[in-house]
Structures are given as structure tokens and as C-alpha cells.
Design a protein around this ligand. Structure first.
Ligand code: 3NM
Length: 217
């Protein structure tokens, strides 16, 4: 995968849209220039069955219209069924090698990692990029670990310079630059875009912050 695809990586499920229509939030985010989208349908009130399939299909189609990668969190069957561009899994979601062999070599595989050891293991098992966090405090993941700052990204990037990394957790336009300076190719966010009064503007501001930090490197 191209690291530029990770620059502004928006993550959302139907429950993250702050009471609004999540499809409208996604459409606005795509207009604002997000470079990747992950459907993460989790937590109380998460859609299931037919309703999930319908929502996920609408998200996929919108991403396709905008030429933006569509990644499914955790649900291998859904990712394969929808012909998603990628799948993202956590350390607790199963054996990464087995997951890679189930989805084949073409689909992008992202893995959440929390230290250089997990980063190396994910790379060896066939990960295309890593999500590392939480960098800052987050309210979007109740079971998130303690905020770790940018040190873990710096260490993993030093150990595996060719493996693209995206930082996650509490990232906004005004604190994105240190994440990029530590070696990440991009930032992934839920609330900075999904809770913004104007998701398109929030996406544009994130994009600008990331671009500026990349230029300074
Ligand atoms: N994973 P926000 S933190 C989905 O640390 C997720 O692995 C994390 O949401 C991790 O941008 C997180 O609103 C939530 O802080 C990110």
C-alpha cells in the first residue's frame, strides 16, 4: 500500500456519528479529503446482520465514488463479502498469519501494535501497515491502554523503517504534527472528524497539519 493513503485515516461506526446520519458524516469527511476509511462497527448499539450489511455496503460505495480505500475492522467475512480494500485487526482478533491466508495477498492488512515486538511480529505475519496507540488520551475506545505519547511510534519506525505506521488515539489537527515527526505516515481519528460540527473542514484541517509536518521532515 502507498503510505500517502494513510495520511488522514478516518475511522467510524454508526454509533460514532454524534446523533447524526453516519452516511452524511462519511460523505462530508470524504469531501474534506480523508485518504482512507475504516468501518469499525463496535460497542453498544452496533448494527448487526442485514442492517450492518446495508450500512457497510453504503460506506463501501461512497468510498469507491471518492476513490478512497475502504477497510473493515475485525470482520473477515464482511471484508471478503464486500470486496473491501482492506481488513484491520487487533492483537486479540486471532492469528495474523491465518487471517492473512484467509484474505489472500491482495487485500490490505492493517494490524494494531503497541510496541516494536508486536510491530515486528505483525510485519512477519504479513501486515501492510500498523496502527499504533493510543498516542494521546481517547474517549472513543473504553478499553484503550494508557496514552503512550509518540515514543512507541519512534521505536517501531526505527526498527522497521519500511513498514507504514498510522498513529491513533486523541489525535486532532493541533496535535498531529508530533505523530508524523515520530515517523508515522498518517493519523487515524474517530472523534476529531465524526464529532466535528463540520466533518469536511475537520478533515481538511487534519490534512493540512499532516502535509505540513511531512514537508518539514
Ligand atoms: N484504537 P479518537 S485508540 C479505535 O489505541 C482506537 O489501539 C486505539 O478514537 C488504540 O480519535 C482508538 O476519537 C480510538 O481518540 C480513537
Amino acid at each position: 500500500m502507498k503510505p500517502e493513503q494513510l495520511a488522514v485515516y478516518f475511522i467510524m461506526g454508526s454509533v460514532n456519528a454524534a446523533g447524526r446520519n453516519p452516511i452524511e458524516v462519511l460523505e462530508s469527511a470524504l469531501r474534506g479529503g480523508v485518504t482512507c476509511f475504516q468501518l469499525r462497527e463496535k460497542g453498544p448499539g452496533a448494527l448487526k446482520g442485514e442492517a450492518l450489511l446495508e450500512f457497510a455496503t453504503a460506506c463501501r460505495d461512497l468510498c469507491r465514488e471518492h476513490g478512497v480505500g475502504f477497510i473493515v475492522n475485525d470482520d473477515v467475512d464482511l471484508a471478503v463479502h464486500l470486496g473491501a480494500d482492506g481488513l484491520h485487526v487487533g492483537q486479540e482478533d486471532g492469528d495474523i498469519r491465518k487471517i492473512r491466508s484467509r484474505i489472500g495477498g491482495q487485500m490490505i492488512l492493517g494490524v494494531s501494535a503497541h510496541d516494536a515486538g508486536e510491530a515486528g511480529a505483525a510485519l512477519a505475519a504479513g501486515a501492510d501497515y500498523l496502527g499504533m496507540g493510543p498516542v494521546y488520551g481517547t474517549r472513543s475506545k473504553p478499553d484503550a491502554r494508557e496514552a503512550s505519547g509518540t515514543g512507541l511510534i519512534r521505536d517501531a519506525h526505527a526498527a522497521h523503517p519500511d513498514l507504514p505506521i498510522v498513529g491513533i488515539g486523541g489525535i486532532r489537527a493541533d496535535n498531529a504534527a508530533p505523530v508524523i515527526r515520530a515517523g508515522a505516515s498518517g493519523v487515524s481519528v474517530i472523534s476529531a472528524i465524526s464529532h466535528a460540527s463540520d466533518p469536511a473542514r475537520a478533515a481538511r484541517e487534519l490534512h493540512q497539519a499532516v502535509e505540513e509536518a511531512i514537508m518539514e521532515k
